[in-house]
Ligand binder design. Structure first.
Ligand SMILES: [Zn+2]
Ligand SMILES: [Zn+2]
Length: 321
């Protein structure tokens, strides 16, 4: 993620800022990727703290306009959880916009989001034909950590959920192209194998013992669809780690020339090498604060090939270059 210029004074602004350090209200223009100090702001600004601008007074911003179902406000903590969920969505949409996905110049289908609070029954997250369902309850750190431990996962965040579920949507978009499916199946396997049976087998028997040789996460071994979503989420993690590192004006010998743009990098091997090297270093920095690793995954040779494949298809982008 970039770091932004303050439009009304000195200093910088972070992606989630609603105001400058001296309190002047600002909004983020997702098309120009700059902050502005003038309305119209998103209609959700006062409701969930959305800081994007809207096309017209009283309208939703481009991100909030993709949310077709908002959570039931009567459910405990639904609104603060929804606010955090939408913030993660804006972050990931802005990342994907670097490759033109879901921006106005992308003529393809946009994702539709169902943001659901949880009553007594848990909400299953997932994607079906363009509709992404997200449980906003997972924005609650206790809920999320409890599930992470129950599922024995090393990493679980709202940004991670967004990247994974939108990745399923991106697969669906790409699958409409004649040249995608054969190439996908050659590397990830045939996604037409029974999905429900595969997930049931995964939850009953666990992953194969050697899953680390072939997959970034144990869940990726469940089915080619999940392998794609996990791999694409990791490609987005890695690209954004490198982009954020450079944007924060940090320096490391592994970084290419100054002004290097991780999202514009065409060489997947170079991007993965830079990102993974930075991630290993930041893992060490995190330990100085007793925090868990920034990037708790190991990129093996097989994962490398799949990440490069995803990079090629996502980078070519919505415009299909
Ligand atoms: Zn908004
Ligand atoms: Zn999935």
């Amino acid at each position: 993620m970039r770091v932004f210029t303050n439009p009304v004074g000195p200093g910088t602004l972070w992606f989630d800022n609603l105001a400058t350090a001296d309190g002047t209200p600002v909004g983020y223009d997702p098309q120009a990727r700059t902050f502005v100090a003038s309305p119209p702001y998103c209609a959700n600004r006062e409701v969930i703290g959305c800081n994007w601008i809207a096309p017209d007074p009283g309208a939703f911003c481009r991100s909030c306009a993709m949310t077709a179902l908002a959570p039931d406000r009567s459910i405990f903590n639904a609104m603060p959880n929804w606010a955090l969920t939408e913030a993660a969505k804006r972050w990931v949409l802005d990342n994907l916009g670097r490759w033109s996905w879901f921006r106005p110049e992308d003529r393809g289908t946009r994702p539709v989001f169902h943001m659901l609070a949880e009553g007594p029954t848990p909400v299953s997250m997932g994607h079906i034909e363009g509709v992404v369902t997200i449980s906003v309850a997972e924005a609650d750190e206790v809920v999320r950590t409890t599930r992470r431990q129950a599922l024995d996962e090393p990493y679980r965040t709202m940004i991670g959920h967004m990247r994974h579920e939108i990745a399923h949507m991106l697969w669906w978009r790409l699958s409409l192209r004649a040249d995608f499916l054969d190439a996908f199946r050659a590397l990830f396997g045939d996604e037409r194998t029974d999905y429900q049976a595969a997930l049931q087998r995964h939850y009953n028997d666990g992953p194969p013992p050697n899953w680390r040789d072939h997959y970034l996460t144990s869940y990726a071994s469940a089915h080619p669809h999940e392998d794609w979503a996990e791999t694409a989420a990791n490609l987005l993690h890695l690209t954004d780690i490198a982009d954020s590192f450079a944007a924060a004006d940090l320096h490391a010998p592994v970084l290419p020339e100054s002004g290097w743009d991780a999202y514009a990098e065409t060489d997947a091997a170079r991007l993965i090498h830079v990102s993974a090297t930075l991630a290993i270093g930041i893992n060490h920095v995190n330990r100085s604060m007793g925090l868990s690793d920034l990037y708790p995954f190991v990129v093996t040779g097989a994962a490398h090939r799949k990440l490069a494949f995803v990079h090629e298809w996502l980078r070519r982008g919505a415009l299909g270059r």
